[in-house]
Design a protein around this ligand. Structure first.
Ligand code: LLP
Length: 435
């Protein structure tokens, strides 16, 4: 987070509050949210994408307090399940600023969205169009929809691949003609109000050229729809996926640079298709909440073991530093081989660095939080370790594996900590057992 510094006693402090105080009050592990950081990232996007609607992708992390923060900062909200929708509504998110995603929305979820009056429903299949059309007819309403287009662009971090085939579950195929057919169907039936096309090409993307190819392809479809039906769709959503720095090797683009590139390509493409420039929206999740959070753990054991073949430790040993959480609060290392860093947060140390692996308390050896890190050689039980960049897809993908209760989320601002999601208890876990 932006507002983290070493206090005079050598411990880390966030927004003026020391990590030892946070651990003493809320226990560990705990997700610590730097609220001003999150808000400033919302503002960075809003300023950079001045006339663009910025939908915060709630799948990255959602709770009522965060819904209120992003709403106050003028963002919209992307939800993709009934559960996320319920959280958004219960926090008072204006429904017209909610976009509802998902490749398999149930009748119940669609009904809830219609009854609430959500601003956009991003339709993902012909079945869904029929389902929504029937529900809208019954209710005599005309929901605003966008079509999720599968553009044949796959982007992951530093690379993207543009292909003609689109072998995945989301959206309507562009190359196969399904996207155009979906647009014609909605326009011809006239029950749903088609506002525009939507594309999302991946996540943790550093190479903006994937967005350019994608924008070019959806705008070509936009031109095709205009030619066939005489309708110019007024909106275009380019999705999310903007990468963040997990380690010092990552170098993400600033929102202002991204905004300029996207604007340029959309303007150029619209000019060549002779289209009016549609109103744009984007859906960043990770880039808003990811860097604003760190997880604070307490070290329980430290074990020095010989490094296996291919190890890079000079003396052939590695320290396994076990913390009081693990893959239940951060599955990303195990699931995606994601890279994180770690630092001893509760004190300064002048000890030599040693090769370490931060591991959890779960019953499997893949339970790794940080694969390779240099920690001071005197790291010991009782130390607090901070892992930064855990705001996105950590709490939201947390599990109860091994019946470990999920950690709380604490928002810190101006030297004060506020519990925004409480720690799960053993009673919570047992509450679902019947008999
Ligand atoms: N919009 C749509 C339609 C999406 O599917 C997603 C992410 C986003 C926006 C937000 O993407 P972001 O800006 O946060 O990258 N669990 C994975 C990431 C899955 C992303 C799924 N969709 C991870 O931990 O890396």
């Amino acid at each position: 987070p932006r507002n983290v510094e070493r206090a005079p006693d050598g411990a880390l402090a966030v927004a003026g509050l020391g990590v030892r105080d946070i651990a003493a009050e809320f226990g560990t592990p705990v997700y610590v949210l730097d609220e001003d950081d999150l808000r400033s990232r919302c503002r960075d996007f809003r300023t950079a994408f001045a006339d663009v609607d910025v939908y915060y992708a709630g799948k990255a992390f959602l709770c009522r307090a965060v819904v209120r923060m992003i709403a106050e900062e003028g963002l919209h909200l992307d939800v993709c399940t009934g559960g996320e929708l319920a959280t958004a509504l219960s926090a008072g998110m204006p429904p017209e600023r909610i976009g509802f995603h998902g490749n398999n929305k149930s009748v119940r979820e669609l009904t809830r969205a219609l009854d609430a009056g959500v601003g956009r429903i991003i339709v993902d299949s012909f079945t869904e169009i029929d389902r929504l059309t029937a529900l809208a007819r019954e209710r005599g309403v005309r929901p605003k929809v966008m079509i999720r287009v599968t553009v044949g662009v796959e982007a992951h971090t530093h690379e993207f691949i543009a292909t003609a085939h689109e072998d995945q579950k989301f959206g309507f195929s562009l190359a196969g003609g399904a996207a155009a057919a979906a647009a014609f169907k909605i326009l011809d039936e006239g029950v749903l109000e088609l506002r525009g096309l939507h594309s999302h090409i991946g996540s943790q993307i550093f190479d903006a050229s994937g967005f350019e190819v994608s924008a070019r392809r959806v705008l070509a479809l936009q031109g095709q729809i205009r030619d066939a039906r005489g309708v110019e769709l007024p909106e275009l959503d380019l999705g999310g996926g903007f990468g963040i720095a997990y380690t010092t090797q990552d170098d993400p683009a600033a929102p202002s640079d991204l905004a300029k590139r996207l604007r340029k390509i959309v303007d150029a493409e619209c000019a060549s298709e002779r289209l009016a420039v549609p109103h744009l929206s984007i859906e960043p999740g990770r880039a808003i909440v990811g860097p604003a959070v760190f997880t604070l753990y307490e070290v329980g054991t430290v074990k020095s073991v010989p490094v296996g073949t291919g190890g890079d430790a000079a003396d052939g040993r590695r320290a396994y530093v076990s913390v009081d959480g693990g893959m239940s609060d951060n599955i990303r290392t195990a699931l995606y081989d994601a890279s994180y860093s770690a630092t001893v947060a509760s004190r300064a140390s002048a000890a030599e660095p040693m090769l370490a692996r931060v591991v959890g308390k779960h019953c499997e050896s893949g339970d790794i939080v940080v694969k390779d890190e240099f920690l001071p050689a005197d790291v010991q039980p009782g130390d607090l370790v901070a892992v930064p960049g855990t705001g996105a897809y950590c709490r939201s993908m947390a599990s109860n594996y091994n019946h470990v209760p999920r950690p709380p989320v604490v928002a810190v601002r101006a030297g004060r900590a506020r519990l925004i999601v409480r720690r799960e208890t053993e009673e919570d876990l047992l509450a679902l057992d019947v008999g």
